[in-house]
Design a protein around this ligand. Structure first.
Ligand code: NAD
Length: 287
């Protein structure tokens, strides 16, 4: 038996690459989830993806007690209305990695949600302290950097903002445990641990392609076969979404003003041309 669920209503904002995996992770454990996105298309695609995630997970784990795809979907309300988050006891925000978009959301949910609701920002690089400053509950704002794909990776990076309370951290660790995720807790600086390291590698891999040193397959093979990585940096960039990688590098560059984080022009050009990786069907590879 898993750990018992410790509250009922969970809000998830953003139904893109990450939000749909996060919604599934809670709904499959019996939480009632409200999944909000401003795009109807994203919500429709999320329904299809969540059904597939659940189906493949059951096949993979052979867990006879797991909720079936229809049961998981029954636990999720798909909506464009932020107002439906009014009963959320815990909320995970997964809108795109742009400060101006996140900056519009937090003051609104601060008004809508009960004053005790914990807000977890699933951001790649943006400072949790800066996000918390958009609310009047800075002690109840924390970072949870879920890993992609959410259903496969059971460890998450949890980031304490400057004012995140011990109570918030403890509650979040219990909530994560209830959905089978182990929290690795660290302090706040843009990019945290994972992306401050990984984005340097993905960016440099893109520079290697731009310089004509090797082809994507060769770059990824060297990191996999010679260094034992499970995925190469360019496959990883395609999985994350090249638009999100560019936005994250821009956040890192703006935050540290360090030229090591300047985004490779080839990456930006690919995004401008609509090559965003898996989500658009083409990035460094075709899907
Ligand atoms: P995405 O572009 O796939 O999805 C973002 C979603 O947010 C879209 O569906 C969009 O319609 C929605 N959105 C935008 N503005 C909104 C608004 N005002 N209200 C409601 N919905 C809105 O992005 P993603 O890859 O899912 O990333 C989401 C967040 O998670 C980002 O901050 C990203 O840095 C972070 N993250 C991404 C990954 C990854 O591998 N992609 C991993 C960990 C964390």
């Amino acid at each position: 038996m898993g750990v018992e669920i410790i509250m009922k209503n969970v809000g998830v904002i953003g139904a893109g690459t990450m939000g749909r995996g996060v919604a599934e992770a809670f709904a499959t454990k019996g939480y009632q989830v409200v999944l909000v996105d401003c795009s109807e298309k994203a919500l429709d695609e999320a329904k299809v993806d969540i059904r597939n995630i659940t189906r493949f997970k059951i096949l993979r784990t052979k867990d006879v007690n797991a909720l079936k795809p229809d049961e998981v979907l029954e636990n999720i309300v798909f909506t464009q209305e932020l107002g439906l988050l009014k009963n959320a006891e815990f909320l995970v925000e997964n809108v795109c990695e742009k400060w101006e978009v996140k900056a519009e959301i937090y003051p609104q949910i601060d008004e809508i949600c009960p004053k005790d609701t914990i807000f977890a920002a699933n951001t790649s690089c943006i400072s949790i302290t800066k996000i918390a400053s958009l609310t009047r509950r800075e002690d109840k704002v924390i970072g949870i950097h879920f890993m992609n794909p959410v259903e496969y990776i059971n460890s998450v990076e949890v980031i304490k903002g400057y004012k995140t309370s011990e109570d918030t951290q403890e509650s979040v660790q219990k909530i994560l445990e209830s959905i089978g995720k182990e929290a690795i807790v660290i302090n706040d600086y843009p990019g945290f641990v994972s992306n401050r390291i990984s984005h340097l590698m993905m960016n440099e891999a893109a520079f290697i392609i731009q310089d004509g040193v090797a082809r994507p397959e060769e770059v990824d093979d060297i990191m996999k076969k010679c260094y034992g990585h499970t995925m190469g940096p360019l496959e990883t960039a395609d999985l994350i979404g090249l638009d999100t990688v560019v936005d994250s590098l821009d956040v890192l560059y703006d935050s540290f003003k360090d030229s090591k984080f300047r985004c490779c022009p080839l990456l930006r050009k690919m995004v401008d041309a609509g090559l965003k990786g898996r989500k658009s069907g083409e990035g460094f590879y075709k899907y």
